[in-house]
Design a protein around this ligand. Sequence first.
Ligand SMILES: Cc1cc2nc3c(=O)[nH]c(=O)nc-3n(C[C@H](O)[C@H](O)[C@H](O)COP(=O)(O)OP(=O)(O)OC[C@H]3O[C@@H](n4cnc5c(N)ncnc54)[C@H](O)[C@@H]3O)c2cc1C
Length: 467
Amino acid sequence: METEADPGKRLKVAIIGGGLVGSLSACYFAKRSQNVDLYEYREDIRASKHVRGRSINLSLSARGIRALKEVGLDDQLVNHHGIPMKGRMIHNLNGSQRPILYDPRSLQCIYSVSRRYLNEVLLTAIEKNFNVNLHFSHRLISANLQEGSMTFQLTDTNETVHKKADLIIGADGAFSTVRRHFMKQPMFNFSQTYIEHGYVELCMPPGQDGEFAMKPNYLHVWPRGNFMMIALPNQDRSWTITLFMPLSDFEALDSPTRLLKFFSQHFPDSIPLIGKHQLVTDFFSTKPSTLLSIKCSPYHVGGSALIIGDAAHAMVPFYGQGMNAGFEDCRLLDQLILKYEDMPVALKEFSAVRNRDAEAICDLAMYNYLEMRDLVNRRSFLLRKKVDNLLFWLLPNIWVPLYLSVTFTDIGYRECMENKFWQDKVIRQAVLALGVLATAMCAVGFFQWCKASFDVDAEVSNPVQTA
Ligand SMILES: Cc1cc2nc3c(=O)[nH]c(=O)nc-3n(C[C@H](O)[C@H](O)[C@H](O)COP(=O)(O)OP(=O)(O)OC[C@H]3O[C@@H](n4cnc5c(N)ncnc54)[C@H](O)[C@@H]3O)c2cc1C
């Protein structure tokens, strides 16, 4: 049930950052009839030709979809725009391909969505609310989090403006200015880790028939041990390809000849599909981007400020959960504000509940890079996947494999992780028990064989007695 704030008690909420998470958060506050001002550093992306920023498309999964559903946007974004991906399509070095389904029952999938389209739909949805004002080209430069005062620089005129709010929501991404002000608070902990790998985005155009050049309903992966390439489908039948690799290896690819040699060694099947010219042009048109993971706590300052999304928990992109987790933040925050009707209590609870889950998904995202680029090629991994699938089929409520619980449920990320530890332990113990059983059976067999041999020997050496 939607609850409307009493006009006298309407909060003045300032959301910093009109990216994916800030825009969705604005939809939630608008739905509760609070007065919302959304401040975004960039100009309105709906009016701009080129949008700076990361990945062209993203995978949207259950947590994100559920949050979008609560503001009535799931149908437009998932059913009318998203391209379903039912599993990974692994590209071997010899050009052969093998699918690994996400859900062995083929019931669930993730969706490839365009970052820009998603952001535009969210901004347009916010604008339909009378109680929301969008302020583009507003860069937050300083804030007093307890007092709710903020200073912005207008990027088009360089003018400085001062604003006030009851609640400041920092959804201003991994390099958050709001979080920088949290640093001055006592007991605020912060850590960031850059990984040694970076990424470059390339484009695979549609085939000559105008259709997808590869099987569309998969996330394509070229796992090559220490590096990998992935591809997600786009609405216009092209693919966005991302090459993840150590930054030092990128540096070594400093000429078209070296690049093409590298691709023909490691991704030969992709060259005719991308096209040599496009590959070289895309690759050398940008520098590799870096990847980092951020952990911090708490996420709130009293009842007057909160950080969400990447500002609170940026993660490496290998679980496809950064945006999904940020969307889940918006849903959880809404639930807690409704439940407690007391902002300091709700924000404190948000920090407590969300921090342990956010840190778990940051760690899982690091782990998943290893799985995607290397483990998927190993027999032990494929065997474990088969065991997981069998147990999931037999005990669907008890044995939910890690990827499924993270991607297709809203079980807390920490619980998903603990569940995996428990499953690993059960499997280790089962393997140990099987080992002991097999050893015992071998020992019994050996004993019986020795006994039988002894009896035969006794018969041969003493025929009279045995007769
Ligand atoms: C290569 C790559 C692939 C990814 N793939 C996936 C995926 O498949 N699935 C998934 O769930 N996640 C994915 N992610 C993660 C996802 O992109 C982020 O988690 C998500 O964008 C976070 O949204 P956000 O709104 O918190 O931050 P952002 O998207 O960074 O938005 C922050 C906004 O704040 C604005 N801003 C910044 N500073 C200020 C300021 N001082 N004043 C005003 N405004 C400001 C920025 O202009 C921006 O619009 C991927 C990330 C990368 C790098």
